[in-house]
Design a protein around this ligand. Sequence first.
Ligand SMILES: [Zn+2]
Length: 197
Amino acid sequence: MLPFCVEPNADADFWAASKEVTFESQTVRVLDPADQLLHICAHGAAWDIIAPVRWIPDAVAVLQGAPRINWERLLLQTRRRKVTLLVRGALNYINQTLGALVPADVLREINRLDVSIFEKSNSSIKDMAAVTLERERRTVQEIEGALKRIKSGEYGLCASCDKPIPDARLKALPCARVCVRCAEQGSGSRSNGLTAD
Ligand SMILES: [Zn+2]
């Protein structure tokens, strides 16, 4: 059920705690709300670094829909399945952005849990992915900025000295906002000269 818990019977206790319900004349098994929440948090946060919008509503639906979440079970399963960082991140995120849906003592407890080496190494891979995404996000921003300047007729003019940016520079750096001279005179921290300051 969790992508990184692949040992035999990894899902056995999920099923053991699940309940049979009838939905439109079909009998289906639904997870215990605590397991469902664990699944959403671990899954959503692990595979969906870009769009929390996709897992947050699911988590909130469980939090608000379940009569009572068995938080001890959630904490136990989190530890057993070594998804502390993911569930911790998800629950903290929910409480920071949506208000106190998760009880304070549960958050305190999960923030205190030890994190296994296995999980730490997994998370550094995730950090690298986040860095790549951040870089891509900035590129998209630069492109959007260039498109805006095309619309307003400012494209190709140096944002610092107002002189036209030579074609060769625009070919190499289509999103350049300043000419080479202004880029060099700028703070120096941005060698690509995409910004004037
Ligand atoms: Zn200039």
